[in-house]
Write a protein that binds this ligand. Structure first.
Ligand code: SF4
Ligand code: FES
Length: 549
């Protein structure tokens, strides 16, 4: 395998790679601004320059120093090369570039949203000069509202052109461009054109400084207060890998987590900003049960007692097959499995059905290869797979449409149902299902109030995907585990925990706390062998000594 030496460290590599890429794979840090692995290489910022010695084939393969500094992001690595990023010449270049970039950059880190995750801040500390020699006034550039999600603070821009290349190469929408020349050069949108593409939030992530800012995150938190939990898109069937960033039980932002086989470095705006329903003020937080014709708040124990009594009565009076469970495609595989186990423990012939699958148009693929999925639920395939695991025969799991039609039929034998929702909007169920549920005993497990939760006999408040752990199967059949980011709000419980509690109360299994890993072990098969877990990623490394106070 070919290898190069970077600052005395041997790095092996395969295929055609640039020196910077080899260094990153090998864990050697070389400063860079304009280089991004998902974009074309322009080598314009010049901070990655280093001294390179290369074997000369015309001189018997003898190592010869290339007389000028080479951009490591644009210089292909070749076997036997030696790269010096900490030589006096390389360090002088790094300091010169940092000084040049800071000439007009405002020193407003205390009020800049990017502080704490800013490359200019970090490199200034690692590679820059300690003091400024610039005496003149800094050039002031405008602040602009350039799109529904993004603000441009042009005087913080270091002209790396990552954002411009993103709109050219990834979305193909070309909203951003470089305008002006010299010190008046600035990034802007074309007149009358906003940054309105469905992936616009990604420019905030790739901007190495605080020039492009997320309107929704602006001034809401300092980034060092945020904890990052690896998760999976809980809103569409993409299976995009994300980080949920939160503090003290509140989500503040969602960012992409690199997965080259699924979402690469990107996520759509609908995934980035769609989590707001998690903190909706209308969330169901307390169990309720029907008393004298109205729904009254109650404790979990009373709600469980009423739910089990009603479900059992229907099976006792009408016999096997009179119970059904409808599992929403918003739920995890573990939730679906436990709810199906619960239904089958109460009624051996209980009907298992998948809930309505929201869709919006067709899949949309951008020039850069990223696809926005038309299916607006994360786990239709996984829910069906988990339900089939319980009933052992695929034909017994019903799709939503025939299930709703069956319920609406006057001859329908189903007398009691467990219905789950967890949709981001409370505008479900549709009229057909609502009609089919009348005069039946309904246990509704949901997160937001809706027609169903206002008419059910028992309402059990559940939690969103951010408040529990589990597994989703995406549109390509990839099973991916996600972690719990924040604690459940108030008294809400996950669907899996509710099923476990009811199973325990029914005497079917000992009381236990929901543990996604243990449930997957119980489910066995692909849930042991095929589930992909988030890779441990080091977000940042402390470079200062911590002093205990
Ligand atoms: S706005 Fe940010 S990403 Fe765009 S060129 Fe300026 S520094 Fe680079
Ligand atoms: S990262 Fe190499 S020149 Fe910008």
């Amino acid at each position: 395998m070919p290898k190069i030496t970077i600052d005395g460290r041997e790095c092996e590599f395969e295929g055609k790679k640039m020196i910077l890429q080899v260094a990153q794979e090998c864990g050697v840090a070389i400063p860079h601004y304009c280089y991004h692995p998902g974009l074309s290489i322009v080598a314009s910022c010049r901070i990655c320059l280093a001294e390179v010695a290369s074997p000369n084939p015309r001189n018997g393969g003898k190592l010869e120093l290339i007389p000028k500094l080479m951009p490591t992001c644009q210089t292909p690595a070749s076997d036997g090369m030696e790269v010096y990023t900490r030589s006096p010449k390389s360090i002088a270049n790094q300091k010169a570039v940092m000084e040049y970039l800071l000439i007009n950059h405002p020193l407003d880190c205390p009020v800049c949203d990017q502080a704490g995750e800013c490359y200019l801040q970090d490199y200034s500390y690692q590679y820059g000069r300690a003091e400024s020699r610039f005496q003149e006034d800094k050039i002031k550039q405008p602040k602009k509202d350039i799109g529904p999600h993004v603000l441009l603070y042009a005087d913080r821009c270091i002209m790396c052109t990552r954002c411009v290349r993103f709109t050219r190469e990834v979305t193909g929408t070309n909203e951003l461009g470089v305008f002006g020349r010299g010190s008046r050069e600035q990034i802007d949108v074309f007149p009358g054109v906003g940054l309105t593409n469905e992936m616009s939030g990604n420019v905030v992530d790739i901007c190495p400084v605080g020039a492009l800012l997320d309107k929704e995150f602006l001034f809401s938190q300092r980034v060092w207060f945020l904890s990052s939990t690896p998760s999976i898109d809980g809103l569409t069937a993409s299976g995009d890998n994300i980080f949920i960033e939160h503090n003290e039980g509140r989500i503040y932002r969602v960012k992409p987590r690199t997965n080259l086989e699924i979402n690469k470095w990107w996520i759509s705006d609908e995934i980035r900003y769609g989590w707001k329903f998690v903190h909706n003020d209308d969330r169901l937080t307390t169990p309720q049960r029907q008393q004298l014709g109205t729904l009254e708040d109650c404790v979990w124990e009373s709600a469980y007692t009423d739910a089990l009594t009603g479900l059992r009565r229907a099976v006792r009076e009408k016999g096997s097959g009179s119970l059904a469970v409808m599992v929403s495609p918003m739920l995890s595989c573990e939730d679906a499995y436990l709810l199906a186990r619960l239904a089958r423990s109460l009624d051996r012939e209980a009907i298992l059905a998948v809930g309505p699958v929201p869709t919006d148009g067709d899949d949309k693929t951008f020039p850069g290869g990223y696809t926005i999925r038309a299916e607006k639920c994360p786990n239709r395939r996984g829910v069906r797979r988990a339900l089939e695991l319980v009933c052992q025969q695929s034909e017994q799991v019903m799709d939503y449409q025939p299930f709703a039609e069956m319920l609406a039929d006057k001859q329908c034998e189903t007398q009691a149902l467990i219905v789950t929702g967890n949709y981001p909007a409370g505008d479900w169920p549709d009229k057909e299902l609502a009609k089919g549920l009348t005069r039946k005993f309904v246990v509704a497990i949901d997160t937001l109030p809706n027609v169903l939760s206002s008419k059910a006999n028992v309402v059990l408040p559940s939690v969103t995907w951010a408040e529990k752990a589990g597994t989703f199967e995406n549109t390509d059949g990839r099973l991916q585990a996600f972690s719990q980011a924040i604690a459940p709000i108030e008294f809400a419980r996950s669907e899996g925990q509710i099923a476990l509690d009811l199973l325990a109360k029914a005497g079917e299994r000992p009381a236990s706390r929901y543990d996604a890993v243990a449930i997957r072990e119980e489910m066995s098969g692909v849930f042991i062998t095929d589930v992909e877990h988030p890779r441990a990623e080091v977000q940042c490394e402390a470079d200062m000594q911590f002093i205990e106070l």
